[in-house]
Ligand binder design. Structure first.
Ligand SMILES: Cc1cc2nc3c(=O)[nH]c(=O)nc-3n(C[C@H](O)[C@H](O)[C@H](O)COP(=O)(O)OP(=O)(O)OC[C@H]3O[C@@H](n4cnc5c(N)ncnc54)[C@H](O)[C@@H]3O)c2cc1C
Length: 446
């Protein structure tokens, strides 16, 4: 087997993958199209450019799933975390960085690594031979995107995400909400109770529409032209088309009986659908939105039953190239139809700098082990890295798959701990303690 690893894309994921594989002793060729070919978001020619915010989010590794991912990457000699820590700026509990100094220092390490060679230029087709990691990110160039779509089928590669917000099941008030599928459809009781329903009176509906129309929205970036397709209009755009549109769309109240108040028909109903096999996460069906994050929380907490909702992910619509990973990738991040090609970073259907870098770290290590003839198992489900890779390659529902942040809803519950808000601190500490032990164990096998 050829022992060179080619990586396409020197972003957060590709840089980390290159570093990990090179440190393991593999010869790496890193292909990057910038600065020859630009994207609408990147500004310079350095590697690991942070295209928007300068924050890697929470650094709390005991109470926060992103902080835990930081911890796991640091333990694994992660380059992105090392440089982020070196260039950190004061930001309370968040890991914010001096973005230019950060990218420059990642670039310096990559350019000077004895096992890494850089090749500038766009790769326009999926390679047919050799070992490759494709880490071209949300703004994968058009030609390569088309070539990927040819291999995977056009339906399995998206060019926009349409993210509906996701809430933690244990933060929903079940004295108000109830479980029922429309018209009790389904063969089994589980199917007949697949949806979580939140009822609204006429007054509540009118107030909700007012808040939706008034909420702050984000604009598309220049060059990020939005072609909404009918199935995924933002809810506020639907509301702008007419105050009743939502009541005849995602909020229609038909085929449902409120078990807490069976005599009264709800004026509108918001439905939430299970988002993972564990049943810890539910997405608000049809509620993709361009509302700003703060506004989303205020508006969605007006929904009866969601007054105290905790959000695992807020909604959005962005230019974003990503695979339907649950159907296309195996748990070693290889394309099932072409196992010499691995994918890493945001294109695998994770969301965010940290998650993308984490998937780069993993792909780099898995590819290096394979090239060196070693067996490296996928990380355990109880680690943050394992929870994320398991979600995108199998745990998520392939039919409704949308990009995902790391969050505790992806973790298997720890037995014997109190649910709800009160038990949250102990629960999170138990998750992170368990994850750290699992991660250290996995690293010792690598
Ligand atoms: C406009 C925008 C704003 C965002 N804001 C945030 C934010 O604030 N916070 C956050 O956490 N996440 C944000 N994200 C998500 C963020 O981009 C990703 O999480 C992260 O950069 C993805 O890392 P990556 O390595 O997968 O891709 P990237 O970092 O984008 O790296 C991909 C690299 O591949 C190169 N490339 C593409 N195609 C080719 C090709 N054919 N040949 C050779 N090279 C190629 C690109 O030039 C790029 O350098 C944003 C995304 C976008 C598009």
């Amino acid at each position: 087997m050829e022992n060179t690893l080619h990586i396409i894309g020197g972003g957060l994921a590709g840089s980390e993958a290159a570093f990990q594989a090179a440190e393991a002793g593999v010869q790496v060729v890193l292909h990057e199209m910038r600065p020859k070919v630009e994207t609408f978001a990147h500004q310079g020619g350095d590697f690991a450019e942070m295209v928007c915010s300068n924050s890697f989010r929470s650094d709390d590794h005991e109470q926060n799933a992103v902080g835990l991912l930081h911890w796991e990457m640091r333990e694994a000699n992660g380059l992105i975390m090392r440089m982020a820590t070196e260039h950190r700026l004061p930001a309370g509990g968040a890991l914010a960085v001096d973005r230019d100094a950060f990218s420059a220092s990642v670039s310096e390490v990559i350019r000077n690594h004895p096992n890494i060679r850089i090749e500038e230029g766009e790769i326009t087709e999926l390679p047919t031979e050799g070992n490759w990691i494709i880490a071209t990110g949300p703004l994968t160039s058009g030609a390569l995107g088309e070539s990927i779509a040819c291999e995977t089928g056009a339906d399995s590669l998206a060019f926009f995400d349409a993210i509906a917000p996701i809430v933690y099941f244990d933060s929903v008030n079940m004295d108000v909400a109830w479980m029922q599928s429309r018209y009790d459809k389904g063969e089994t009781e589980e199917e007949q109770k697949a949806y979580l329903n939140c009822p609204m009176t006429k007054d509540q509906y009118e107030a909700f529409i007012d808040a939706l129309l008034a909420a702050d929205k984000t604009e598309f970036h220049e060059g990020e032209t939005a072609k909404y397709f009918d199935g995924c209009l933002p809810i506020e755009v639907m509301a702008e088309r007419g105050r009743e549109t939502l009541r005849f769309g995602p909020m229609k109240p038909v085929g449902l009986t409120n078990e807490h108040d069976p005599e009264n028909k709800a004026y509108a109903v918001v439905q939430l659908r299970r988002d993972n096999t564990l049943g810890t996460l539910y997405n608000i069906v049809g509620f993709q939105t361009k509302m700003k994050y703060g506004a989303q929380q205020d508006v969605f907490r007006m929904i009866p039953g969601l007054e105290d909702a905790s959000f695992a992910r807020l909604g959005g619509i962005h230019r974003n190239t990503f695979l339907n990973s649950p159907t296309l990738l195996d748990d070693q991040m290889r394309l099932k139809s072409r196992p010499n090609l691995r994918f890493a970073g945001q294109i695998t259907g994770v969301e965010g700098y940290v998650e993308s870098a984490a998937m780069g770290l993993l792909a780099g290590r898995l590819a290096a082990a394979e090239i060196q003839g070693k067996t490296l198992e996928t990380p355990p489900l109880n680690s943050a890295m394992g929870a994320l890779i398991h979600h995108i390659t199998g745990g998520a529902d392939a039919k409704t798959f949308q990009p995902m942040n790391v969050n505790f809803g992806l973790f298997q519950p720890v037995d014997g701990l109190k649910g709800g808000r009160r038990g949250r601190k102990d629960r999170y500490k138990a998750y992170t303690d368990r994850a750290k032990a699992a991660w250290i164990d996995w690293l010792s096998q690598g």
